[in-house]
Structure formats: structure tokens, C-alpha cells
Design a protein around this ligand. Structure first.
Ligand code: NAP
Ligand code: F7E
Length: 356
């Protein structure tokens, strides 16, 4: 496979989509991404790798579409003729999924089904193999039945988002078994970075730390501080996605660090990095509580390590500090350890007609 290395990514404008695009371009792929039409620019995370598509050097191409629009997904598939599809698009915020359950399920569950159907027809008609990656989540384990969680731990989803991810997970397996698709589920535990969406708890904290240092924010309002998460670095996790699609056989993999920390421990390191005590700044706001919470997640990445040769490269403490540093740099503030930062590519808009 891969004589023509062409990949199609849904959710290319998201945290993972941006890192995966960089990774695939480095591997020599032609990368195509589906972006949503929005009234303001939504391409900040990929502006730095985009060049004018009229250039002979262009390797990254964008197409308007939406996971709720099956006709367009099919049209893009026919036009791009990818060998690999990474389905990363989603309404990915767990708390928001309680407010907008129908839309969340449409984009997450039905979106995956729409692509699988399109791939099934395309592959049957052309005989060309299209490898498919489904962005599954540790949220599927929800109210955990087993510690740590592995590929065989039963799911117990606790939100509209995670119920939809369980549906997409099983449809991916169903299409693999029914139609012989090379379809893989990654069961990825939380992964973060300086490109993490601003309303997820880690980035909300690191942005607040930088703004408190700057003097433009006084308080940080959070919800439940007792939950525990297995947090890794997003750049490591997109590598695992690609590795799954390079195997001889399709399979499902847990991708995690194998360590778990409380949000309070994230706060300790983030505020401690700039010599502040978070107890003086953090306040409780019940609006950030969820109707049902996931208390503890910790993954067992043994299978990914042994079969894919994957392992994380960044420790929890390094992750927290690199995120705080990047948010300080975004505000033109010095970093406590003199670091110049990583992934501080945001806000460098490339005006080479990224959208038309
Ligand atoms: P993210 O930053 O929220 O990005 C989501 C992407 O999906 C964005 O590009 C977004 O476009 C796009 N999108 C949203 N609704 C869409 C729709 N209806 N049609 C097409 N595209 C749509 O998420 P992420 O952190 O990169 O995560 C990538 C995937 O992995 C998601 O499926 C997420 O659920 C899953 N996941 C994430 C984690 C994690 O810890 N990050 C862990 C496990 C699984 P806009 O930019 O226009 O909003
Ligand atoms: O919440 C608590 C919150 O929104 C983590 C998504 O990428 O990872 C992510 O889902 C914890 C929860 O991530 C606030 O109650 C407290 O216990 O950062 P989060 P998440 O829900 O774990 C999984 C693997 C995905 O698949 C998802 O797509 O932090 N928390 N106070 C808060 N959370 C938020 N967002 N905001 C708060 O103020």
C-alpha cells in the first residue's frame, strides 16, 4: 500500500488534526483536510503549514464539508482518492455534549457511519483499499469497571459524547468484520498541548496562569477538581494513529501514559511553575459540573507499546510546564525556565488564501 501516499483528515483544524497534518507532511504524504465553513477564520492551527494550492510545492489541500453532510463526504472521497482516512472531526467537548446531545451524536456517531458507508462503497467499486482510523476515546470507559483500562475493558459511557463514541467504535469493528475494511479504533486517553482548545481544563488552567502573571485575570473558575485523568502530549498520540494504519492487520489500541493525576496536581505544577499558589486564585463555579462525571481514567498502553512500538516521550510535569510556557510566550512574557517554547505556531496567520 501507500504507493501514492494520500491522506484525508476530518477535523484537520483541531488540535490533533494540526499535529497529524504536520506529521504526515513530514512523512511525504499529500494531505487533504475537511474544514467547516465558518463566518470567521477557523484555521489558526494549520495556517503555518498551509501554502497557496496553486504552488507546485503545495501538499496540503482543504475542502469544505461537514460530518453531518454525507453527500459532500462522498464527493470529497471520490475527488481526493485517499489511501488513508483519519476521522478526527467531532463535537469533542464532554460538558457541551450534555447541552447539545443531538448535534453531538450526529457529528460523532452518524458522522463516523457516513464515512464508513462512503468508504465501503468506494472500496467495493474501485477495488482500492482505503485504511480508516476512528478517533475513539477513554471517555467510553466512563464509570470504570476495571483499573487500568485495556482494549478489553467493558465500556460504561457517561455522556452523550461518549455514548456516540461507543457507537462509532462498534460500527468501525462491524465494518471491519462485515466488509473487510482496514478499519482501526484508537482508544486515546486525554492528550493535551499548547494547541488544546481553550475550554478544556488543562488549557483553561495554563491560559489563566499566563493571564494572572500578566495581570489581566484575577480568578480562575473551575468545576470538579477531584477527577483523575491520564494526560499525555498530543504530538505523541498522533504518531500512534499513523502507526495503527501501517500494520499488516487492522486492530484496536489503547493509547495512554499509564499514569493518572488529579486536576489539583495539574494546578500544583502549573501555578508552581510561576511561583504562585493556586488556592489563592481558583474559585468554584457549579456551571462547570457535569450531570454525570467520569472520576478516574488510567490506561494500560502495553498493546500499543508491544505491537506498534509506541511510547510517550513527555512526562506529566514536562507537559504542564510546556503548556504554561507556551501561554506565557503567547502573551510575550518570559518563561521561568528560559524555555523558548514549543508549538507556539498559533496566531501567525498565513494570508495565502487558505479559504476562498
Ligand atoms: P478538537 O480540537 O475539538 O477538534 C475537533 C475538530 O473537529 C475540529 O477541526 C472541528 O472543526 C471539527 N469538527 C467539529 N464538528 C464537526 C463537524 N460537524 N463536521 C466536521 N468537522 C467537525 O478535538 P481534538 O482534541 O483534536 O480531538 C480529535 C478527535 O479525537 C476528536 O474526535 C475527539 O473527540 C477525539 N479524542 C480526543 C481526545 C483528546 O484528549 N484530545 C482523546 C480521545 C479522543 P472546527 O475547528 O471548525 O471547530
Ligand atoms: O475535563 C473537570 C471535568 O473537559 C477534564 C476531551 O478531549 O478528553 C477530553 O474530555 C476534567 C473533567 O476533558 C473544569 O469535570 C473541572 O472531570 O478537560 P476536560 P474530558 O472531559 O476528560 C477525552 C478523552 C475526550 O475524548 C474528549 O473529547 O476536568 N473540570 N473544572 C473541568 N473541565 C472543563 N472543561 N472546564 C472546567 O472548568
Amino acid at each position: 500500500m501507500n504507493e501514492r501516499k494520500i491522506a484525508l483528515i476530518t477535523g484537520i483544524t483541531g488540535q490533533d488534526g494540526s499535529y497529524l497534518s504536520e506529521f504526515l507532511l513530514d512523512q511525504g504524504y499529500e494531505v487533504h483536510g475537511i474544514i467547516r465553513r465558518t463566518s470567521t477564520f477557523n484555521t489558526d492551527r494549520i495556517d503555518h503549514i498551509y501554502i497557496d494550492p496553486h504552488s507546485p510545492d503545495a501538499k496540503l489541500f482543504l475542502h469544505y464539508g461537514d460530518l453531518t453532510d454525507g453527500t459532500t463526504l462522498r464527493r470529497i472521497l471520490e475527488q481526493v482518492k485517499p489511501r488513508e482516512i483519519y476521522n478526527l472531526g467531532a463535537q469533542s467537548h464532554v460538558r457541551v455534549s450534555f447541552d447539545s446531545p443531538e448535534y453531538t451524536v450526529d457529528s460523532v456517531a452518524m458522522g463516523a457511519l457516513r464515512i464508513l458507508e462512503a468508504v465501503r462503497d468506494y472500496q467495493q467499486r474501485t477495488g482500492i483499499e482505503v485504511r480508516f482510523y476512528q478517533a475513539g476515546s477513554s471517555e467510553m470507559f466512563g464509570k470504570v469497571i476495571e483499573v487500568p483500562q485495556t482494549e478489553t475493558t467493558p465500556f460504561y459511557p457517561r455522556s452523550p459524547y461518549s455514548c456516540a463514541k461507543v457507537y462509532a467504535h462498534w460500527q468501525t469493528i462491524n465494518y471491519r468484520e462485515s466488509y473487510d475494511l482496514f478499519a482501526c479504533n484508537g482508544i486515546l486517553f486525554n492528550h493535551e498541548s499548547p494547541r488544546r482548545g481553550e475550554t478544556f481544563v488543562t488549557r483553561k488552567i495554563t491560559r489563566a496562569v499566563a493571564r494572572i502573571v500578566e495581570g489581566t485575570q484575577q480568578k480562575l473558575y473551575l468545576g470538579n477538581l477531584d477527577s483523575k485523568r491520564d494526560w499525555g502530549y498530543a504530538k505523541d498520540y498522533v504518531r500512534a494513529m499513523w502507526m495503527m494504519l501501517q500494520q499488516d492487520q487492522p486492530d484496536d489500541y489503547v493509547v495512554a501514559t499509564g499514569e493518572t493525576y488529579e486536576i489539583k496536581e495539574f494546578l500544583d505544577i502549573a501555578f508552581g511553575h510561576v511561583n504562585l499558589d493556586w488556592h489563592n486564585y481558583v474559585a468554584f463555579d457549579p456551571r462547570y459540573l457535569r450531570p454525570a462525571e467520569v472520576d478516574l481514567l488510567i490506561g494500560d498502553p502495553t498493546k500499543a507499546r508491544e505491537k506498534l512500538g509506541w511510547k510517550p516521550s513527555v512526562t506529566f510535569e514536562e507537559l504542564v510546564k510546556l503548556m504554561v510556557n507556551a501561554d506565557l510566550i503567547n502573551l510575550n512574557l518570559p518563561t521561568p525556565d528560559g524555555s523558548k517554547g514549543v508549538d507556539s505556531t498559533l496566531n501567525r496567520r498565513n494570508f495565502a488564501s487558505i479559504v476562498d
